[in-house]
Design a protein around this ligand. Structure first.
Ligand SMILES: [Zn+2]
Length: 413
């Protein structure tokens, strides 16, 4: 199915954009693409922008939204989250994943990287709802049986069975406080052999870093370098407590750090060193983290917080265009999707936003308005891989998704 977006605002010009299959085929001046075999959408009053790519989340944690707040990370994890997560079953993960995807689509996100449990249910939800996802094989040897850890490595070797154009599998050792160096080494090897992304939590808290020095005599990033984890396929969530040498290691290896400002602030983990990170040349993407430490999955909010948090000492550190790129193309590329940019030949993912929304008026500079003023109410339609996953603000089956989540959560908490 091809789609012709007629008379849409793109880079300050009125354009026609032809989507052929799952890619942007032609971008031309308005009313110059005629008589093609395509569904024609009149986009007068709409602008096209890249959608969001959520580089780090725990989708089904939507079910724990608002369950335990206002405490530090380790207390929150060990006393509240881990004991409750032990009760999660397939149906709960499926319901929580669908709720997460619904929330993400409605706030303009078409991709999420998921580190969680009972992954086949999240894979099913992502495939049914037509979004992109990199679903993790989460490995946490301190929390899991040896047998289960071995099953996870088996799953990684058979990853192709579960993948599609939109859904990929990744190796996700949870963190250096739940996995040892040997296990990281093994994960890095499997990821390299199988061509997979390797994703982990890293240097999230000052405690994690000092424990790492006590145990290994080096920083978490240096430990990752030693076990062979760093590289273009390595994506590290948080990286709040990294020094200049860590930044150099990340930059030189082509690794990506995922900044999760809302979660880091809410759990008092600290503030990502944006100025130094940009200066080092390391790749930076944005993520929401889970809905129980955020407490939503709205990447627009994350982008705005990242942009203003970076300005606390210097208003020029992170301009709006760069913040948008971190929330879009940087994250797509980190996970291997040639998307996140409205350009011929790229994967056809986009947002069509309403230029008559009060938050976008007047329109001196659309990207500034989008980053600093807008919110997800400005989004009219969302396209992923050439297909609309939200039209006129509606996602197919949304009432059922909400009712299902509200009903199953009664057995969890
Ligand atoms: Zn996380």
């Amino acid at each position: 199915m091809n789609t012709l977006l007629k008379n849409i605002l793109h880079n300050s010009k009125q354009c026609d954009i032809l989507v052929e299959g799952n890619k942007f085929k032609t971008i031309a001046a308005a009313n110059t693409i005629a008589s093609v075999d395509a569904k024609v959408v009149d986009c007068s009053g709409l602008a096209i922008l890249p959608p969001f790519y959520n580089a780090h989340c725990h989708a089904a944690m939507t079910l724990l939204r608002g369950f335990a707040d206002d405490m530090p990370l380790f207390k929150w994890l060990s006393e509240y989250i881990w004991p409750t997560e032990a009760k999660l079953d397939d149906e709960l993960i499926y319901a929580g994943s669908r709720l997460a995807i619904l929330e993400m689509i409605k706030s303009g996100t078409v991709f999420f990287s998921d580190m969680y449990w009972r992954r086949t249910n999240t894979i099913r939800a992502a495939k049914e709802m037509g979004v992109r996802a990199t679903v993790g094989v989460t490995i946490a040897e301190n929390l899991d049986s040896l047998t289960h850890v071995e099953e996870n490595f088996e799953f990684l070797k058979n990853h192709k069975e579960y993948e599609s154009d939109l859904v990929k599998i990744a190796a996700m050792p949870h963190a250096i406080y739940t996995c040892g160096a040997k296990l990281y080494e093994r994960c890095a090897q499997v990821a390299q052999d199988e061509g997979l992304v390797l994703h982990t939590h890293l240097a999230e808290t000052a405690q994690e870093v000092s424990d790492c020095y006590a145990k290994y005599g080096k920083s978490p990033v240096a430990l990752m370098a030693d076990v062979g984890a760093l590289g273009k396929n390595f994506v590290a969530a948080h990286c709040v407590h990294i020094d200049e040498n860590d930044m150099r290691l990340l930059a030189e290896s082509g690794s990506t750090a995922v900044h999760n400002p809302m979660s880091n602030l809410k759990l008092a983990s600290g503030i990502f060193p944006m100025a130094g990170a940009i200066k080092s040349g390391m790749k930076i993407a944005l993520g929401t983290d889970g809905a129980s430490s955020n407490n939503n999955l709205d990447m627009h909010e994350e982008m705005k917080i990242a942009a203003v948090l970076a300005k606390v000492n210097d208003p020029e550190v992170l301009p709006a265009e760069m913040a948008l790129q971190m929330a879009t193309r940087n994250a797509a590329l980190a996970y291997g999707f040639d998307a996140g940019e409205i350009a011929e030949g790229r994967l056809a993912d986009c947002l069509l936003i309403d230029m008559n929304n009060e938050r976008l008026v007047p329109n001196y500079h659309l990207i500034s308005n989008w980053v600093y003023s807008a919110d997800s109410r400005c989004i009219r339609h969302v396209m992923c891989n050439g297909k609309f996953v939200m039209e006129n603000g509606r996602v197919e089956g949304e009432e059922d998704i909400l009712a299902h989540a509200n009903s199953v959560v009664k057995r969890l908490v």
